[in-house]
Ligand binder design. Structure first.
Ligand code: NAD
Length: 319
């Protein structure tokens, strides 16, 4: 069985192993594949894996040997799943692998906004402490989280894990979700309607998926309903935020700080309005990427193919 991985680099830049897949067939791994080379690289392979390389109807028409498509991610919009279904080609994704890592990263973003540890460390290394008149200094207001309220929009797996860490820091949680599970409520965690969450939260962390109903959920109207000096965290999906509106709110001070792992177009464009905004921290979509999470992703990708070969397919998104 010929297996082609079209863009393996972000999952495995060299610190984990492809041996699980190699046990199942003859594997060729490309770090990345330009659009014009996709069909040629697939050739007569029976199994292909993609992370962000598009698999179109045209490619499926050209590469008639394909029997299984594995997506090395949760989101599978890079594959024309309907075209694959018409051709009876199952497409398997990785539903969860990084819940703990993405929740941890949301809190890391928040703590960075509260303490600016990176910037203070850089200042010390640049000599600002040794030349300082006082025995200590800080370059931003420092924020204690205990007793403050975190509003979590999207109270699923990652939202709930984020809430647990925030509660350990002494925060109270307001959760907004399309579905409510009363068993998740406690003395320090309650469901709220969106407007109540916006009005009462000191920190708002986004953990809902990108749907038409959630696109642009943070915009000038919803920001106007927030507390002055609110902090916004997003390691879910960039288009949840209208970036021009957030830029204006950061520059005016309405929003005291935003820390974002995701933006509307990735990689970020140099004309993204947030790049020049005040008090913004931007990271390159890395919440998912600790080695432990990537190893889990790899193990599930291998299990998806193994189970398909053994006639008990799992995680098929176009059944
Ligand atoms: P999940 O499905 O467990 O939780 C999502 C929650 O959002 C669900 O409880 C759902 O009911 C709720 N929801 C759906 N529509 C809503 C709406 N209109 N308003 C409010 N809530 C709504 O998903 P998860 O595993 O917690 O992942 C959450 C998101 O995190 C993913 O959709 C993805 O965009 C993002 N993510 C980011 C990274 C990263 O590296 N930055 C990695 C993995 C996931």
């Amino acid at each position: 069985m010929k297996i082609v991985v079209l863009d393996g680099y972000t999952l495995n830049p060299g610190d984990i192993s492809w041996e699980g897949l190699e046990a199942l067939g003859e594997v060729t791994v490309y770090d990345r594949t330009p659009k014009e080379e996709i069909a040629a690289r697939i050739g007569d392979a029976e199994v292909i894996y993609t992370n962000k390389t598009p698999i179109t109807r045209e490619t499926l028409d050209q590469c008639t040997n394909i029997r299984f498509i594995g997506v090395l991610a949760t989101g599978y919009n890079v594959v024309d799943v309907e075209a694959a279904k018409e051709k009876q080609i199952p497409v398997a994704n990785i539903p969860t692998y990084g819940t703990a890592a993405v929740a941890q990263f949301a809190i890391a973003l928040l703590l960075e906004l509260c303490h600016h540890i990176g910037e203070h460390s850089d200042a010390v290394k640049a000599g600002e402490w040794s030349s300082n008149a006082d025995w200590c200094f800080w370059k931003h207001p420092l924020v204690e989280l205990a007793g403050k309220t975190m509003g979590i929009i999207g109270f699923g797996r990652i939202g709930q894990d984020t809430a647990k860490i925030a509660q350990a820091l002494g925060m109270n949680i307001l959760a907004y979700d399309a579905y409510k599970n009363p068993l998740l409520e406690s003395e320090t965690c309650h469901y709220a309607e969106l407007d109540e969450l916006l009005a009462q939260s000191d920190v708002i962390s986004l953990h809902c998926p990108l749907f038409p109903s959630t696109e642009g959920i943070i915009n000038k109207d919803t920001i106007a309903k927030m507390k002055d000096g609110v902090m916004i965290i997003n390691d879910s999906r960039g288009p949840l935020i209208v970036e021009e509106d957030l830029r204006d709110a950061l520059n005016s001070g309405k929003v005291a700080g935003a820390a974002l792992d995701v933006v509307s177009t990735e990689p970020i464009r140099m004309d993204n309005p947030l790049l020049g905004a005040k008090n913004v921290i931007l990271t390159p979509h890395i919440a998912w990427a600790p080695k432990e999470s990537r190893q889990r992703l790899m193990d599930i990708a291998v299990a998806n193919l193994k189970n398909f070969v053994e006639g008990k397919p799992q995680n098929i998104v176009n059944a």
